[in-house]
Design a protein around this ligand. Structure first.
Ligand SMILES: Cc1cc2nc3c(=O)[nH]c(=O)nc-3n(C[C@H](O)[C@H](O)[C@H](O)COP(=O)(O)O)c2cc1C
Length: 429
């Protein structure tokens, strides 16, 4: 059995008055639903400043919905705004050129069936994974632009950030040609739709670039070489497409986040990928998301062999890699780009494991999609039910563990500020 890379102990060390208040709220809100201003309520009741950062943009709290099936409609976005999620990453759209042709067409397939399944990690820890065969947005590109506009209208004034996500052409190891027209034609259209209802159109649009490797059929080093080329080239293509007259990343109207994937190679290669996006260059990535799901070539679903999966193995691997990268950066006094964590975040405690390694926001998919009886709240939307567990759970919740860390690390406590403990993991190793 593999051991966990956790920095936090099994049991939180917190004041008994805080624990009693959390137990009271956990039980009460389970039947009444959350208070109307949840973020303010937590701040006032527990002396916590939840302010967080998503790609350099200040947000009211660190919680967001990750791109996927749960951010495909205006109704889903409205529920997330209502649950006070600080950001919503829309489902990934497939880029197209002016004629509507898409190099990544194969990703625009409709999912036939999706299943939340229990999974046990190599450490023996139980968790959940979503099995399915679908991939990206399968409606038209114009429908996606409509979703951006509607989402912006719904979110306006709420503080919830709407983040489009896009998959553009990536050359295979046997290809040299980049279909840069896809970048040039798609990026300004996303930007125009996003700006239409933006409170301040001068604020840059956050954009996640979804990478999903389709590299079969070439040798290992050719694949690795190509992945590193993607990571270096993509920011330039997107920033140039967003600001064709200027082109420099610091003036770009797009705040670009690269969604890093778990490649089929070892942890050393994950570190290579992270180093590649941290290399100084004119067209830099602004932030990154770490790390998208694992791939099991032997795992089967609905007669299809080879699917992505998540659960405890995903968070174990992500935390292990990010610890190593954080230590490496600390040793060379290099600073980490801002990053948003994804991968098996099913408790406030797990979210803080990521924060200790530098994550200043969290994006979840699976935990928003569990069967209803996995949440103790009996009223409200799934987003509200999930947030209730994440914040108030008396043994694994965010409030308890934030107080534990402020105490253990001797951080300012009036208020306890979430951002103060981001990156503090080096002090606990
Ligand atoms: C059904 C499903 C669909 C997803 N679709 C996308 C997608 O379109 N674009 C993307 O960047 N990530 C996608 N993801 C990955 C999630 O955004 C998330 O990063 C990943 O599942 C890890 O988080 P989790 O463990 O909380 O689910 C999808 C995940 C699932 C389970």
């Amino acid at each position: 059995m593999k051991s966990h890379p956790y920095l936090l102990p099994d049991v939180a060390n917190v004041d008994s008055a805080i624990l009693r208040a959390v137990e009271r709220d956990y039980e009460q809100f389970a039947s009444t639903g959350p208070p109307s201003d949840l973020t303010d309520y937590i701040s006032e009741t527990y002396g916590i400043d939840l302010s967080a950062d998503y790609g350099g943009i200040e947000i009211a709290n660190p919680w967001g919905k990750a791109s996927g099936q749960l951010s495909m409609t205006a109704r889903q976005v409205a529920e997330d705004v209502d649950a006070e999620l600080a950001f919503v990453v829309l489902k990934t759209v497939i880029a197209e050129d002016a004629a509507g042709s898409r190099a990544m067409e194969a990703w625009a397939i409709r999912e036939s069936r999706m299943l939340a399944e229990r999974i046990v990690g190599q450490s023996g820890e139980p968790g959940w994974t979503i099995s399915w065969k679908g991939r990206g947005w399968w409606h038209s590109f114009d429908d996606y632009l409509k979703l951006i506009r509607e989402s912006q209208q719904i979110a306006r004034g709420s503080g919830t950030l709407i983040v489009p996500s896009c998959k553009y052409h990536l050359p295979t190891p046997n290809e040299d040609h980049w279909k840069s027209e896809e970048y040039r034609d798609t990026t300004p259209r996303l930007l125009e739709a996003w700006r239409e209802h933006a409170a301040d159109p001068a604020v840059p649009m956050p954009l996640e670039k979804d990478f999903s490797p389709t590299l079969a059929g070439s040798d290992r080093s050719a694949q690795q070489h190509k992945v590193l080329e993607w990571l270096q080239r993509v920011p330039q293509l997107i920033h140039e497409a967003a600001a064709p007259t200027d082109g420099s990343a610091d003036k770009s109207p797009v705040r670009l986040g690269l969604k890093m994937f778990n490649a089929l190679f070892d942890d050393d290669f994950q570190l290579e990928m992270l180093r590649a996006i941290h290399r100084p260059q004119q067209h830099a990535t602004d932030f990154f998301i770490y790390g998208n799901r694992l791939f099991d070539p032997l795992r089967e679903f609905d007669g299809h062999k080879g699917i992505a999966y998540g659960g405890p193995d995903l968070s174990d691997r992500n935390l292990r890699v990010m610890s190593r990268f954080q230590d490496e950066a600390a040793a060379t006094k290099a600073s980490l780009l801002r990053w948003s964590a994804t991968g098996n975040i099913a408790t406030g405690k797990m979210a803080l494991e990521y924060a200790l390694r530098g994550a200043s926001s969290f994006q979840l998919h699976t935990f928003f999609q569990l069967p209803a009886d996995e949440y103790c709240m009996t009223v409200g939307s799934k987003s509200q039910k999930a947030m209730h567990e994440l914040y108030f759970h008396p043994t694994t919740g965010f409030i308890v563990w934030l107080h534990h860390l402020a105490h253990t690390l001797n951080l300012p406590s009036k208020p306890v500020r979430f951002l103060d403990l981001v990156g503090q993991g080096v002090r606990l190793r």
